[in-house]
Design a protein around this ligand. Structure first.
Ligand SMILES: [Zn+2]
Ligand SMILES: [Zn+2]
Length: 135
């Protein structure tokens, strides 16, 4: 699968039977539909958190194309105190996270059973893109 940002071929990482597509060039992450739920370990909670924010049609971030159907993805924001902007395929193929976004999602959504553990795994896998946070 090719990265929707820089068109590099992404590598596949496995975490507890979940395949995570990762771009070594821009550190973005693609998750097929349903995989985030598996990572979090709670479908209802994940759905609620991921769709709690506003849909930002006029987001300043450039639109990405879905690596599966190549249609433009929609911008969404999560719930939580520091909503994370991410891309979602409008056909439901999956979710795209730019560098650090998935980690932010996992940290802010850590009420989910698997969130913290997966977040730790990501930090170990990709220590080089530790999130730069203003706090
Ligand atoms: Zn990339
Ligand atoms: Zn798609």
């Amino acid at each position: 699968m090719e990265c929707p940002v820089c068109n590099e071929t992404m590598i596949i990482l496995e975490y507890q039977d979940v395949e995570v597509d990762y771009c070594v060039a821009c550190h973005g992450v693609w998750l097929d539909a349903g995989e985030l739920e598996l990572l979090f370990g709670d479908r209802a909670l994940t759905d609620g958190f991921m769709t709690a924010g506003d849909d930002l049609r006029a987001a300043r971030e450039a639109a990405r194309r879905c690596p599966i159907c190549e249609k433009k993805m929609a911008k969404h924001t999560t719930g939580g105190e520091a909503p994370v902007l991410y891309d979602r395929c409008t056909r439901g193929d999956g979710l795209w996270f730019d560098a650090g976004e998935l980690q932010a999602v996992l940290e802010h959504g850590s009420a989910a059973p698997g969130g913290e553990e997966v977040s730790r795994w990501l930090r170990e896998m990709f220590p080089e893109h530790g999130r730069t946070s203003p706090e």
